[in-house]
Design a protein. Structure first.
Length: 177
């Protein structure tokens, strides 16, 4: 009796996990479709958004996103804080005018950990994220950058740049050293 209950619980868990994975996959396809549609109204290239946000600190990452139903260009930045610790900020750049709309301190633990990891990668970089993003776009005619995320790959800083052209999405890796 116990073994059949255990087997039923395992099968049930596997079925629920599969259903959640399928929903997440469908959501990401819908998310891409919604983002592709929203990008059509965005005049500002991502690499220009990185340059605009630099007045608020060193750009660490950038992405066009739909957050709580609102389409926006979000850039994480860092700069030396009042103490020896770095201040991490999220800069929202207006994608139609190219001006900074809002600057908020990053306080969510997950977002803060991501910003700290991105800063570690950018500390080793010899070129800016904007430059790497512009190079990725230049090498892929007709595409535009949707996101640029730095990380370390075997100790070397790289930028993962997501590009889109119509419904065609791809990711390219640009070295930052």
């Amino acid at each position: 009796m116990r073994s059949s209950t255990t087997i039923a619980a395992v099968v049930s868990t596997l079925l629920m996990a599969t259903a959640v994975a399928v929903q997440a996959e469908t959501g990401s396809v819908n998310g891409r479709s919604n983002l592709t549609q929203a990008l059509q109204g965005a005049w500002l290239p991502l690499e220009s958004g990185l340059a605009v946000s630099a007045r608020e600190g060193t750009p660490l990452s950038a992405k066009y996103e739909i957050d709580d139903g609102a389409f926006q260009l979000s850039v994480y930045t860092s700069k030396a804080g009042p103490s020896s610790a770095d201040a991490f900020m999220e800069v929202i750049v207006d994608y139609s005018s190219g001006v900074v709309l809002k600057v908020e301190t990053i306080s969510d633990s997950g977002d803060l950990a991501a910003a700290q990891a991105q800063k570690a990668a950018m500390n080793r970089a010899r070129r800016s994220l904007a430059e790497a993003t512009a190079d990725a776009v230049k090498a892929n005619a007709g595409y535009r950058a949707v996101s640029a995320m730095p990380s370390l790959d075997k100790g070397h800083p790289v930028a993962e740049v997501t590009l889109v052209h119509g419904d065609d999405w791809k990711v390219v890796i640009e070295r930052l050293d």
